[in-house]
Every structure is written in structure tokens, then in C-alpha cells.
Design a protein. Structure first.
Length: 356
């Protein structure tokens, strides 16, 4: 065969491969999915949240923490100001957010908060806030102690480790220990793009404690939200590009064993677990391609999904809310408290709805 023929065959094979990957990627990102509006009555936007509330979690007494102002590579960011953590008292009828003061030797100017998790120490009732932070594009976990009377976070420590290279979300399981998801395997920008384009399932879940750091589960295409069951026996992880929530059981030595996967039919981001019922509340991206383009003229929509009885034979998956982007853009988290449903987004607004 002549050189030209070999070259032609190679070009055709490459074009076919790229074409196949594009089709696969469009399929995985649910790019042709059209959303039907599914509104809840009595929703209102939370005043003062304009630059995202990527993750939200609520304490038992109704105080919500909101992680705001995330700057994530490839996604819009409409403010140059550093990120902030706000609180919102869900018993306050005015729903007024309050910025938390950060005390101690902490660089607030480069604060870029992402996933969050709270841990309450049963011994003394102290509340710790764990925050994934990306200063200068790096990946690290900050641990703070929350002092409600002062509306302040006292900086305790920063955790960096080579296994914690692209952390998206965390769940705290002790005052200094947590599980974390990585959303990419590579840290180089071009390789990260190749990894996404080829939909490589190379992401993992990492367990960290002062005594040990280890990768405890792998095979995720883009590890995202992570949370724990109320009895602390099971972990839930969103494998966002596979449209699944993976359920794993925590074994001795913090290692995880696979239990099951639940299809959600959407690209679900963070996971909140109802402490009373054990239900999962998911903030999801109904169309991943629109989310990646984030075109203000054709905005990505928002979707909230609830999973009931996840450990039973027949988990019930329900769409609770859906919007085409005319109300909120790019929902990443949803959490229920009483009759309230709080919905946060990656880089835009936050909404609170009445479920009754
Ligand atoms: Ca979280
Ligand atoms: Ca996330």
C-alpha cells in the first residue's frame, strides 16, 4: 500500500474515532434533552445571591450555609471578588443572608469555595465547616470551627495532599477526617479536556484522616457530590456523566464496598441527605452541553430530583422541580428543611420554594 493510502486510512480512522466520541459525548451530556417546566408554588429568589451558591447544607436548627462565588475553569464567573460563605436562618421570615467573618491566619483574598460539609462533634457540640477551596486554581480542603454567637468561622487548618488533586465535594466524618471526590484524574488543562472528551472513568473517592490518606473507590467519570446516610453506614456519590448515584457501604478501615447504582436520568451535582427520612435531594444539570456552553441567550436549565428509599429494592426517583433557565440557571444543590426547599446554582442565583 502506498504512503498516501496509509495516510488516508489513518485520517479516516481518526475522523471516525472523533465522530464516535462526539456522538458518545452528546449522548452522555444529554445534549438533545428538552425540559418540561415543573414549577413549585411559592418560590422566591434569595436576595444577595447573584454569583452562585454551588453547595448548601443546613444544620439541625435550620441555619443554612451557602458556598458562593465559585470560579471554576471553563464556566462563567460574574464577579472578580473572592468567594464567601453565607448563612441563612430558615426561620427568619425576611430570609436575609449574612456573610460569615473568617478569623485567624487565612488568605481571604484568594478564597474560592466549592463543596462544603458540616460536622458536629457529639462530645462538645462544636460545629466544624469543611470547605473545598481552589485558590490560584489549586485544590485543598479548609477546616473551620463555626461560632454562631459571633457569626464567624475560626480557621483551623488547610489540608493538601497529592491524592486530593481535583476535589469537587467532601463529606466530613470526624473533626479532621473526610471523604472527598475528585472530578478529574489529570491536573493539566489539555489532558483534562482529553479526559472529558474520551469520558475516561478514572476519577476516585479519597479518604483522609491525620493517620491515613487513601483512594477508596474508583471508576468515576466525573466524581461530584458525596454525602452520607443518617446512620453513617452508607456513602452516596454522584457519577455525574453516567447519570447515576452510586451507593457504597463503609467497611472497616474506611474502605468502601459497592452496594448498587440508581439511575437518575440527569447530570446530578451535589447530594444532600434528609436527616429524618434519609431521602436524597439532588441539584442536577438537565442538559450538560448547555451547561458547558453556558450561553446567556440559551441558558442551561435546572432540575431537582429526590430519591426515596434508596436502600430498598425499589428506590423512588422523582423530579421535584424543573426550569428551563428562565428562573435559575445551572442548579447544583437542593436541600429540604421543614417545608422549605433551597436550590443553589454554580454561578448564578439561589431559590427557596415551599413544598406544601
Ligand atoms: Ca457537599
Ligand atoms: Ca459539585
Amino acid at each position: 500500500m502506498g504512503k498516501l493510502a496509509v495516510l488516508s486510512l489513518a485520517v479516516i480512522a481518526l475522523a471516525a474515532f472523533i465522530g464516535e466520541r462526539l456522538v458518545a459525548f452528546r449522548h452522555l451530556s444529554l445534549s438533545s434533552r428538552e425540559l418540561t417546566q415543573n414549577y413549585l408554588p411559592n418560590c422566591r429568589l434569595i436576595k444577595g445571591i447573584e454569583y452562585g451558591a454551588e453547595d448548601i447544607t443546613v444544620l439541625e436548627d435550620g441555619l443554612a450555609f451557602l458556598s458562593t462565588g465559585l470560579k471554576y475553569p471553563g464556566l462563567p464567573s460574574y464577579s472578580d471578588d473572592p468567594g464567601k460563605i453565607y448563612t441563612l436562618n430558615l426561620f427568619d421570615l425576611d430570609l436575609k443572608i449574612e456573610g460569615l467573618k473568617i478569623k485567624g491566619q487565612f488568605d481571604k483574598g484568594s478564597f474560592n469555595p466549592h463543596g462544603i460539609s458540616v460536622y458536629t462533634d457529639e462530645k462538645d457540640g462544636a460545629v466544624y465547616l469543611f470547605v473545598v477551596n481552589h485558590p490560584q486554581g489549586n485544590s485543598q480542603v479548609e477546616i473551620f470551627r463555626f461560632v454562631e454567637g459571633e457569626n464567624a468561622l475560626y480557621y483551623i487548618k488547610t489540608i493538601r495532599h497529592e491524592l486530593l488533586h481535583n476535589v469537587n465535594d467532601i463529606v466530613a466524618v470526624g473533626t479532621e477526617s473526610f471523604y472527598a471526590t475528585n472530578d478529574h484524574y489529570f491536573i493539566n488543562g489539555i489532558l483534562m479536556f482529553v479526559e472529558s472528551f474520551l469520558s475516561l472513568s478514572w476519577c476516585d473517592v479519597v479518604y483522609y484522616s491525620p493517620q491515613t490518606v487513601q483512594s477508596v473507590a474508583g471508576g468515576f467519570t466525573f466524581g461530584n457530590g458525596i454525602n452520607i446516610s443518617p446512620d453513617k453506614r452508607h456513602l452516596y456519590v454522584s457519577d455525574i456523566m453516567k447519570h447515576k448515584i452510586k451507593v457504597m457501604e463503609i467497611q472497616k478501615n474506611a474502605v468502601l464496598s459497592h452496594v448498587k447504582e440508581v439511575d437518575v436520568g440527569s447530570l446530578c451535582d451535589n447530594i444532600e441527605v434528609d436527616r429524618e427520612s434519609g431521602d436524597l435531594w439532588l441539584g442536577c444539570h438537565p442538559n450538560g452541553l448547555k451547561f458547558m456552553y453556558s450561553d446567556p441567550n440559551d441558558p442551561p436549565g435546572s432540575e431537582v430530583i429526590r430519591i426515596e428509599n434508596i436502600l430498598s429494592e425499589k428506590p423512588k426517583v422523582t423530579q421535584v422541580y424543573a426550569d428551563d433557565g428562565s428562573v435559575i440557571v445551572g442548579s447544583s444543590v437542593a436541600t429540604r428543611y421543614g417545608r422549605n426547599l433551597l436550590i443553589g446554582t454554580v454561578y448564578q442565583k439561589a431559590l427557596i420554594c415551599d413544598l406544601e
